[in-house]
Ligand binder design. Structure first.
Ligand SMILES: Cc1cc2nc3c(=O)[nH]c(=O)nc-3n(C[C@H](O)[C@H](O)[C@H](O)COP(=O)(O)OP(=O)(O)OC[C@H]3O[C@@H](n4cnc5c(N)ncnc54)[C@H](O)[C@@H]3O)c2cc1C
Length: 335
Protein backbone atom coordinates (compact mmCIF):
# COMPACT_ATOMS: atom_id res chain seq x y z
CA UNK A 1 0.00 0.00 0.00
CA UNK A 2 1.40 3.40 -0.92
CA UNK A 3 0.39 6.24 1.34
CA UNK A 4 1.16 9.89 0.89
CA UNK A 5 0.84 12.33 3.78
CA UNK A 6 0.21 15.99 3.04
CA UNK A 7 0.61 18.29 6.01
CA UNK A 8 -1.18 21.61 5.50
CA UNK A 9 -4.56 22.49 4.01
CA UNK A 10 -3.93 26.00 2.74
CA UNK A 11 -3.68 26.75 -0.96
CA UNK A 12 -0.41 24.78 -1.26
CA UNK A 13 -1.72 21.52 0.25
CA UNK A 14 -5.02 21.72 -1.62
CA UNK A 15 -3.38 22.60 -4.96
CA UNK A 16 -1.26 19.49 -4.49
CA UNK A 17 -4.35 17.36 -3.88
CA UNK A 18 -5.89 18.80 -7.00
CA UNK A 19 -2.73 18.28 -9.10
CA UNK A 20 -2.50 14.67 -7.92
CA UNK A 21 -6.11 14.04 -8.91
CA UNK A 22 -5.90 15.73 -12.29
CA UNK A 23 -2.74 13.85 -13.28
CA UNK A 24 -4.47 10.49 -12.79
CA UNK A 25 -1.64 9.51 -10.47
CA UNK A 26 -2.83 7.47 -7.54
CA UNK A 27 -1.59 6.75 -4.09
CA UNK A 28 -3.79 4.19 -2.46
CA UNK A 29 -4.44 6.58 0.38
CA UNK A 30 -3.71 10.21 1.10
CA UNK A 31 -3.51 11.35 4.70
CA UNK A 32 -4.40 15.01 4.61
CA UNK A 33 -3.50 16.77 7.85
CA UNK A 34 -4.91 20.20 8.49
CA UNK A 35 -5.57 21.96 11.70
CA UNK A 36 -6.86 25.49 11.21
CA UNK A 37 -7.79 25.56 14.91
CA UNK A 38 -4.08 25.45 15.79
CA UNK A 39 -2.71 27.52 12.91
CA UNK A 40 -4.98 29.80 10.93
CA UNK A 41 -4.30 29.33 7.19
CA UNK A 42 -2.87 32.43 5.57
CA UNK A 43 -4.85 31.37 2.50
CA UNK A 44 -8.10 32.41 4.22
CA UNK A 45 -6.71 35.81 5.24
CA UNK A 46 -5.49 36.82 1.82
CA UNK A 47 -6.54 39.40 -0.73
CA UNK A 48 -5.85 36.59 -3.23
CA UNK A 49 -5.22 38.34 -6.54
CA UNK A 50 -2.94 36.76 -9.10
CA UNK A 51 -1.47 39.15 -11.65
CA UNK A 52 1.82 39.66 -13.51
CA UNK A 53 2.44 43.01 -11.72
CA UNK A 54 4.75 44.33 -14.41
CA UNK A 55 6.92 41.23 -14.56
CA UNK A 56 8.40 40.44 -17.96
CA UNK A 57 10.09 37.27 -19.18
CA UNK A 58 13.84 36.73 -19.05
CA UNK A 59 14.77 39.12 -16.24
CA UNK A 60 14.83 36.92 -13.15
CA UNK A 61 14.12 33.30 -12.19
CA UNK A 62 11.27 34.48 -9.93
CA UNK A 63 9.76 36.59 -12.72
CA UNK A 64 9.82 33.64 -15.10
CA UNK A 65 8.29 31.38 -12.46
CA UNK A 66 5.51 33.92 -11.82
CA UNK A 67 4.68 34.09 -15.53
CA UNK A 68 4.72 30.30 -15.85
CA UNK A 69 2.46 30.04 -12.79
CA UNK A 70 0.03 32.54 -14.28
CA UNK A 71 -0.10 30.69 -17.60
CA UNK A 72 -0.83 27.41 -15.76
CA UNK A 73 -3.48 29.09 -13.62
CA UNK A 74 -5.15 30.66 -16.66
CA UNK A 75 -5.25 27.29 -18.41
CA UNK A 76 -6.74 25.74 -15.24
CA UNK A 77 -9.48 28.39 -15.18
CA UNK A 78 -10.33 28.04 -18.85
CA UNK A 79 -10.44 24.25 -18.69
CA UNK A 80 -11.84 23.50 -15.22
CA UNK A 81 -14.02 26.56 -14.44
CA UNK A 82 -13.18 26.46 -10.71
CA UNK A 83 -15.59 27.94 -8.17
CA UNK A 84 -14.50 31.23 -6.63
CA UNK A 85 -12.15 32.40 -9.39
CA UNK A 86 -13.04 35.52 -11.37
CA UNK A 87 -11.14 37.03 -14.33
CA UNK A 88 -10.62 40.73 -13.64
CA UNK A 89 -8.63 43.80 -14.62
CA UNK A 90 -5.82 44.60 -12.20
CA UNK A 91 -5.17 48.36 -12.21
CA UNK A 92 -1.78 49.30 -10.79
CA UNK A 93 -0.80 52.96 -10.40
CA UNK A 94 1.88 55.25 -9.01
CA UNK A 95 2.07 58.75 -7.59
CA UNK A 96 5.84 58.76 -6.97
CA UNK A 97 8.96 57.37 -8.74
CA UNK A 98 7.07 57.67 -12.01
CA UNK A 99 10.06 56.92 -14.28
CA UNK A 100 10.76 53.70 -12.44
CA UNK A 101 7.08 52.75 -12.60
CA UNK A 102 6.88 53.48 -16.35
CA UNK A 103 9.91 51.22 -16.96
CA UNK A 104 8.20 48.37 -15.10
CA UNK A 105 4.83 49.04 -16.74
CA UNK A 106 5.61 50.28 -20.28
CA UNK A 107 1.89 50.34 -21.16
CA UNK A 108 1.00 52.69 -18.26
CA UNK A 109 -0.95 55.83 -19.15
CA UNK A 110 -2.12 58.93 -17.29
CA UNK A 111 -5.85 58.40 -16.87
CA UNK A 112 -8.77 59.86 -14.97
CA UNK A 113 -10.87 56.74 -14.85
CA UNK A 114 -10.30 52.99 -14.47
CA UNK A 115 -13.16 51.42 -16.38
CA UNK A 116 -16.25 52.62 -14.53
CA UNK A 117 -14.27 53.95 -11.56
CA UNK A 118 -13.51 57.67 -11.67
CA UNK A 119 -10.40 59.30 -10.18
CA UNK A 120 -10.20 62.76 -8.61
CA UNK A 121 -7.11 63.59 -10.70
CA UNK A 122 -5.05 62.14 -13.56
CA UNK A 123 -2.86 59.29 -12.31
CA UNK A 124 -0.39 56.98 -14.07
CA UNK A 125 -1.99 53.53 -14.20
CA UNK A 126 -1.43 50.21 -16.02
CA UNK A 127 -4.11 47.61 -16.66
CA UNK A 128 -3.32 43.89 -16.59
CA UNK A 129 -5.27 40.68 -17.06
CA UNK A 130 -5.61 39.06 -13.62
CA UNK A 131 -7.71 36.77 -11.44
CA UNK A 132 -9.53 37.50 -8.20
CA UNK A 133 -9.92 34.45 -6.01
CA UNK A 134 -12.41 34.01 -3.22
CA UNK A 135 -10.60 31.52 -0.95
CA UNK A 136 -13.83 30.60 0.87
CA UNK A 137 -15.13 29.13 -2.40
CA UNK A 138 -11.94 28.05 -4.15
CA UNK A 139 -10.25 26.06 -1.35
CA UNK A 140 -13.19 23.66 -0.77
CA UNK A 141 -13.68 23.37 -4.53
CA UNK A 142 -10.12 22.06 -4.93
CA UNK A 143 -10.66 19.44 -2.22
CA UNK A 144 -14.07 18.39 -3.53
CA UNK A 145 -12.63 17.82 -7.03
CA UNK A 146 -9.72 15.80 -5.65
CA UNK A 147 -12.06 13.70 -3.50
CA UNK A 148 -13.83 12.49 -6.64
CA UNK A 149 -10.68 10.70 -7.78
CA UNK A 150 -8.51 10.05 -4.72
CA UNK A 151 -8.97 8.27 -1.44
CA UNK A 152 -8.36 11.11 1.00
CA UNK A 153 -8.47 10.76 4.76
CA UNK A 154 -8.88 14.22 6.26
CA UNK A 155 -7.21 14.30 9.68
CA UNK A 156 -7.98 17.45 11.64
CA UNK A 157 -4.98 17.17 13.92
CA UNK A 158 -1.80 19.15 14.35
CA UNK A 159 1.40 17.37 13.39
CA UNK A 160 4.03 17.79 16.10
CA UNK A 161 6.70 15.33 15.01
CA UNK A 162 8.05 13.24 12.15
CA UNK A 163 10.37 10.29 12.52
CA UNK A 164 12.11 10.45 9.15
CA UNK A 165 13.66 6.99 9.47
CA UNK A 166 10.30 5.23 9.28
CA UNK A 167 8.05 8.11 8.12
CA UNK A 168 5.98 8.06 11.28
CA UNK A 169 3.93 11.17 11.89
CA UNK A 170 2.92 12.16 15.40
CA UNK A 171 0.08 14.53 16.24
CA UNK A 172 -0.93 16.53 19.29
CA UNK A 173 -3.33 13.73 20.26
CA UNK A 174 -0.36 11.35 20.61
CA UNK A 175 -1.69 9.50 17.56
CA UNK A 176 0.81 7.99 15.10
CA UNK A 177 0.40 7.57 11.34
CA UNK A 178 2.66 5.90 8.78
CA UNK A 179 3.20 7.12 5.24
CA UNK A 180 5.55 6.22 2.42
CA UNK A 181 6.13 9.85 1.60
CA UNK A 182 5.44 13.05 3.52
CA UNK A 183 4.91 16.53 2.05
CA UNK A 184 5.13 19.62 4.21
CA UNK A 185 2.91 22.42 2.86
CA UNK A 186 2.69 24.19 6.19
CA UNK A 187 3.06 27.84 5.11
CA UNK A 188 4.56 30.12 7.74
CA UNK A 189 4.53 27.17 10.19
CA UNK A 190 7.31 25.58 8.10
CA UNK A 191 9.81 27.49 10.21
CA UNK A 192 9.20 24.90 12.97
CA UNK A 193 10.55 22.09 10.76
CA UNK A 194 14.01 23.51 10.09
CA UNK A 195 15.65 20.68 12.05
CA UNK A 196 14.45 18.20 9.40
CA UNK A 197 16.54 19.70 6.61
CA UNK A 198 19.57 21.94 6.06
CA UNK A 199 18.12 23.32 2.82
CA UNK A 200 19.00 27.06 2.68
CA UNK A 201 15.55 28.15 1.47
CA UNK A 202 13.73 26.47 4.32
CA UNK A 203 16.30 27.67 6.81
CA UNK A 204 16.11 31.30 5.74
CA UNK A 205 12.33 31.44 5.54
CA UNK A 206 10.38 33.64 7.93
CA UNK A 207 6.81 34.65 8.69
CA UNK A 208 5.66 38.07 7.50
CA UNK A 209 2.46 39.59 8.82
CA UNK A 210 -0.03 41.03 6.35
CA UNK A 211 -3.31 42.70 7.21
CA UNK A 212 -6.24 44.38 5.54
CA UNK A 213 -9.73 45.65 6.29
CA UNK A 214 -12.71 43.67 5.08
CA UNK A 215 -16.02 45.50 4.63
CA UNK A 216 -19.24 43.49 4.18
CA UNK A 217 -22.68 44.23 2.70
CA UNK A 218 -21.30 46.55 0.03
CA UNK A 219 -23.62 46.93 -2.92
CA UNK A 220 -21.69 48.95 -5.48
CA UNK A 221 -22.97 49.07 -9.07
CA UNK A 222 -19.46 48.19 -10.20
CA UNK A 223 -17.82 45.01 -11.48
CA UNK A 224 -15.28 42.99 -9.51
CA UNK A 225 -11.93 44.81 -9.68
CA UNK A 226 -8.57 45.25 -8.00
CA UNK A 227 -6.75 48.57 -7.75
CA UNK A 228 -3.22 48.91 -6.38
CA UNK A 229 -1.96 52.45 -5.91
CA UNK A 230 1.49 52.98 -4.37
CA UNK A 231 1.22 49.43 -3.01
CA UNK A 232 -2.19 50.12 -1.39
CA UNK A 233 -4.94 47.73 -2.51
CA UNK A 234 -8.66 48.13 -2.97
CA UNK A 235 -10.51 45.00 -4.03
CA UNK A 236 -14.19 44.76 -4.84
CA UNK A 237 -15.63 41.23 -4.66
CA UNK A 238 -19.00 41.81 -6.25
CA UNK A 239 -20.33 38.25 -5.83
CA UNK A 240 -20.01 38.41 -2.03
CA UNK A 241 -20.57 42.16 -1.52
CA UNK A 242 -17.14 42.62 0.07
CA UNK A 243 -14.53 45.31 -0.23
CA UNK A 244 -10.97 44.73 0.97
CA UNK A 245 -8.59 47.56 1.75
CA UNK A 246 -4.94 47.00 2.65
CA UNK A 247 -2.59 45.36 2.85
CA UNK A 248 0.19 46.21 5.22
CA UNK A 249 3.22 43.94 5.47
CA UNK A 250 5.60 43.78 8.38
CA UNK A 251 8.00 41.38 10.01
CA UNK A 252 5.74 40.98 13.01
CA UNK A 253 5.35 37.62 14.68
CA UNK A 254 1.95 38.37 16.22
CA UNK A 255 -1.64 38.98 15.15
CA UNK A 256 -2.05 42.60 16.23
CA UNK A 257 -2.55 44.62 13.04
CA UNK A 258 -0.83 47.99 12.45
CA UNK A 259 -4.01 50.10 12.50
CA UNK A 260 -2.17 53.36 11.73
CA UNK A 261 -0.76 51.84 8.56
CA UNK A 262 -4.19 50.56 7.51
CA UNK A 263 -5.60 54.05 8.13
CA UNK A 264 -2.87 55.55 5.92
CA UNK A 265 -3.73 53.10 3.11
CA UNK A 266 -7.45 53.82 3.47
CA UNK A 267 -6.90 57.59 3.31
CA UNK A 268 -4.56 57.45 0.33
CA UNK A 269 -7.20 55.53 -1.66
CA UNK A 270 -10.07 57.73 -0.43
CA UNK A 271 -8.15 60.85 -1.57
CA UNK A 272 -7.68 59.61 -5.14
CA UNK A 273 -10.80 57.61 -5.98
CA UNK A 274 -14.21 59.14 -6.70
CA UNK A 275 -15.78 56.32 -4.70
CA UNK A 276 -17.62 56.57 -1.43
CA UNK A 277 -15.64 54.12 0.68
CA UNK A 278 -17.40 52.56 3.68
CA UNK A 279 -16.44 54.20 6.99
CA UNK A 280 -13.01 53.04 8.20
CA UNK A 281 -14.36 51.77 11.53
CA UNK A 282 -16.76 49.36 9.79
CA UNK A 283 -13.85 47.32 8.43
CA UNK A 284 -13.09 43.99 10.05
CA UNK A 285 -9.35 43.57 10.41
CA UNK A 286 -7.94 40.40 8.84
CA UNK A 287 -4.43 39.23 9.60
CA UNK A 288 -2.41 36.51 7.86
CA UNK A 289 1.13 35.23 8.15
CA UNK A 290 2.80 34.41 4.88
CA UNK A 291 6.11 32.68 4.43
CA UNK A 292 8.93 34.67 2.90
CA UNK A 293 11.91 32.67 1.66
CA UNK A 294 15.19 33.98 0.18
CA UNK A 295 14.56 36.50 -2.65
CA UNK A 296 10.83 35.88 -2.14
CA UNK A 297 11.22 32.76 -4.26
CA UNK A 298 9.03 29.77 -3.44
CA UNK A 299 10.86 26.52 -2.76
CA UNK A 300 10.21 22.91 -3.62
CA UNK A 301 12.62 20.15 -2.75
CA UNK A 302 12.60 16.47 -1.88
CA UNK A 303 15.03 14.74 0.47
CA UNK A 304 14.48 11.01 0.71
CA UNK A 305 10.88 10.38 1.73
CA UNK A 306 10.09 14.01 2.62
CA UNK A 307 9.25 16.98 0.39
CA UNK A 308 8.87 20.64 1.31
CA UNK A 309 6.77 23.06 -0.71
CA UNK A 310 6.44 26.63 0.50
CA UNK A 311 7.71 30.19 0.49
CA UNK A 312 4.54 31.43 -1.22
CA UNK A 313 4.74 35.16 -0.76
CA UNK A 314 3.25 36.79 -3.84
CA UNK A 315 0.95 35.10 -6.35
CA UNK A 316 0.74 32.18 -3.92
CA UNK A 317 -2.49 31.06 -5.55
CA UNK A 318 -1.01 30.50 -9.00
CA UNK A 319 2.48 29.46 -7.88
CA UNK A 320 1.05 26.74 -5.62
CA UNK A 321 -0.51 25.08 -8.64
CA UNK A 322 2.69 25.38 -10.67
CA UNK A 323 4.82 23.92 -7.86
CA UNK A 324 2.27 21.17 -7.20
CA UNK A 325 2.48 20.03 -10.82
CA UNK A 326 6.29 19.82 -10.50
CA UNK A 327 6.00 17.93 -7.24
CA UNK A 328 3.60 15.43 -8.81
CA UNK A 329 6.25 14.77 -11.50
CA UNK A 330 8.88 14.24 -8.79
CA UNK A 331 6.62 11.88 -6.84
CA UNK A 332 5.85 9.90 -9.98
CA UNK A 333 9.59 9.19 -10.31
CA UNK A 334 9.76 8.01 -6.69
CA UNK A 335 6.86 5.56 -6.58
C1 LIG B 1 -2.67 40.21 3.78
C2 LIG B 1 -2.23 39.22 2.74
C3 LIG B 1 -2.47 39.46 1.40
C4 LIG B 1 -2.09 38.54 0.44
N1 LIG B 1 -2.38 38.80 -0.87
C5 LIG B 1 -2.14 37.86 -1.80
C6 LIG B 1 -2.57 38.06 -3.13
O1 LIG B 1 -3.15 39.09 -3.48
N2 LIG B 1 -2.35 37.06 -4.03
C7 LIG B 1 -1.73 35.89 -3.68
O2 LIG B 1 -1.63 34.99 -4.52
N3 LIG B 1 -1.28 35.70 -2.44
C8 LIG B 1 -1.48 36.65 -1.48
N4 LIG B 1 -1.05 36.47 -0.21
C9 LIG B 1 -0.23 35.29 0.08
C10 LIG B 1 -1.04 34.02 0.11
O3 LIG B 1 -2.13 34.17 0.97
C11 LIG B 1 -0.09 32.92 0.58
O4 LIG B 1 0.89 32.75 -0.41
C12 LIG B 1 -0.80 31.59 0.75
O5 LIG B 1 -1.91 31.71 1.59
C13 LIG B 1 0.16 30.57 1.33
O6 LIG B 1 -0.51 29.34 1.34
P1 LIG B 1 0.08 28.08 2.09
O7 LIG B 1 -0.81 26.96 1.75
O8 LIG B 1 1.54 27.96 1.77
O9 LIG B 1 0.01 28.44 3.63
P2 LIG B 1 -1.27 28.58 4.57
O10 LIG B 1 -2.41 29.16 3.83
O11 LIG B 1 -0.82 29.29 5.80
O12 LIG B 1 -1.66 27.08 4.92
C14 LIG B 1 -0.89 26.29 5.76
C15 LIG B 1 -1.84 25.28 6.41
O13 LIG B 1 -1.07 24.31 7.09
C16 LIG B 1 -1.68 24.02 8.34
N5 LIG B 1 -0.61 23.57 9.21
C17 LIG B 1 0.55 24.21 9.49
N6 LIG B 1 1.30 23.45 10.32
C18 LIG B 1 0.61 22.31 10.52
C19 LIG B 1 0.87 21.14 11.29
N7 LIG B 1 2.01 21.00 11.96
N8 LIG B 1 -0.07 20.17 11.33
C20 LIG B 1 -1.25 20.29 10.64
N9 LIG B 1 -1.54 21.39 9.89
C21 LIG B 1 -0.63 22.38 9.83
C22 LIG B 1 -2.30 25.34 8.79
O14 LIG B 1 -3.35 25.11 9.70
C23 LIG B 1 -2.77 25.90 7.45
O15 LIG B 1 -4.09 25.47 7.19
C24 LIG B 1 -1.41 37.35 0.80
C25 LIG B 1 -1.16 37.10 2.15
C26 LIG B 1 -1.56 38.02 3.10
C27 LIG B 1 -1.30 37.74 4.54
Amino acid sequence: MTTLAIIGGGIAGRSLLYALSSHHFKYEEILFFDSPEFASPCALNSTAIVAPRGVSAGHSPLGDLILEGLAIFKQHCEKDHPAGVFPISQYTGALTKLDQFARRYPTALKVQNLGEIKLKAEVLFAEEEAFMIDPVLYLPWLTSQAEKKLSIRHIREFVIGLDKANSTIMTQNKAKYSADHVVFATGSMSKHWKDLSTHPKLNSSKAIQGSYLEFSNIHWELPTFSITLEGCNLIHRKHSGKVLIGSSTDELAHNLPPIQELKRIYELLANILELKLPAFDLGEVKVGHREKAQKREPYLFTEGNVSFMGGFYKNGYSLSLRQSKSLVDQLRELV
